[in-house]
Design a protein around this ligand. Structure first.
Ligand code: NAI
Length: 333
């Protein structure tokens, strides 16, 4: 893919802080990118009545590559999640969330290397909700063969390309026999096209326990939207927290890269946010753009700073701010 212009959404809360940090690192690494930067989210909504300015959509439709920092979504009433909107509008169906132990970040687990594929467009996130009466509300869970097939195929294709051994399908088909049953059936049908990869399925509650007891037994996981959302936060906890979990959201024509974490309003404006998850998301974007060497250079610099351990953000047990941590990475570059 040959493009040097990308769209950047700055988001809410810690969004602007970590965006500035990541763009400074990309520039210092020689990524040679042009940015079309837009403010999106709650602040934009309050001022201009739209979560994303029209120019922001137009830019993404031109560049096809979006680096997006987190956005606040009000609970209950209010606007629909902008993340869900973007994933649906651009059919970004494959949400990949890689959680890998880093030797420099001490956790109770040392050998975590799990790549989770979360279906990104349907399930309970399809937005089919209605209030029946004052005391009753319905949410409809939607699972289709088409969307199940393409996410399962993404997981197996990734496994083959990256020499992984096993794909685990996570579901709750013992209770939701039709919807999760369909997802599981499709998983085994598609798995027959990949004889070199072991295929297994597990029930989601069991997986929540096993991930904490024996995370090293998992390799690639493929699952539905809601289970993937919850379990990937869990996998971030295994490797040191949300500050370390990146993601890509891939469709056929568009690609969006963002950290798994949210806008962290509790630490916004304090200058202590960890930009690593967002930076690693930017590395995934560089790899998508064919800039593997620049990505590897940044990953090495981050590893060195983490290993050195003197300049770390508070979530990793240090007392450095975002700016000092960013500067340390740039110095390593
Ligand atoms: P959150 O992920 O923003 O924060 C959870 C906890 O992790 C907080 O204690 C926070 O300080 C910490 N944390 C998160 N990222 C961090 C980082 N980079 N460095 C250091 N600490 C970090 O989840 P929360 O509080 O449930 O959600 C806040 C808002 O973000 C909500 O409005 C939610 O809807 C939105 N959200 C947006 C997402 C997105 O834009 N992709 C994803 C998840 C949540």
């Amino acid at each position: 893919m040959e493009t040097n212009t990308i769209t950047v959404f700055k988001g809410d809360g810690i969004g602007p802080e970590i965006t500035d940090a990541v763009l400074a690192i990309l520039d210092a690494a020689g990524a040679d990118l042009d940015y079309e930067i837009f403010r999106v989210g709650a602040a934009e909504y309050e001022e201009n009545g739209a979560l994303i300015p029209e120019e922001g959509f137009a830019s993404f439709e031109k560049t096809h590559v979006l680096l997006k920092s987190p956005i606040t979504t009000p609970l209950g009433t209010g606007f629909r999640s902008l993340n869900v909107t973007l994933r649906k509008k651009y059919d970004l169906y494959a949400n990949m969330r890689p959680a890998k132990s880093n030797a420099a970040v001490k956790t109770p687990f040392e050998r975590v290397d799990i790549v989770m594929f979360r279906e990104n467009t349907e399930d309970l996130y399809a937005g089919v909700e209605e209030k029946i009466d004052e005391n009753t509300a319905h949410s409809i869970k939607i699972i289709t063969r088409k969307c199940s097939e393409r996410i399962v195929r993404s997981a197996f294709d990734y496994a083959v390309k990256n020499k992984r051994k096993k794909v685990t399908c996570v579901h709750k088909a013992n209770i939701m026999k039709l919807s999760d049953g369909l997802f599981r059936d499709v998983f085994y049908e598609i798995s027959r096209e990949y004889p070199g990869i072991e295929a297994e399925d597990k029930i989601v509650d069991n997986v929540a326990m096993q991930l904490v007891m024996h995370p090293e037994t998992f390799d690639v996981i493929v699952t539905e939207n809601l289970y993937g959302d919850i379990l990937s936060d869990l996998t971030s906890g295994l490797i040191g927290g949300l500050g370390l979990l990146p993601s890509s959201n891939m469709g056929t024509d568009f690609a969006m890269f963002e950290a798994v974490h949210g806008s962290a309003p509790d630490i916004a404006g304090k200058g202590i946010a960890n930009p690593t998850a967002f930076l690693w998301s930017a590395c995934m974007m560089l790899e998508h753009l064919g800039k593997q060497e620049i990505s590897a250079k940044i990953r090495r610099a981050v590893d060195e700073v983490l290993k050195d351990g003197t300049i770390l953000t508070p979530d990793l047990g240090g007392c450095a701010g975002t700016e000092a941590y960013t500067k340390a990475i740039i110095e390593r570059l």
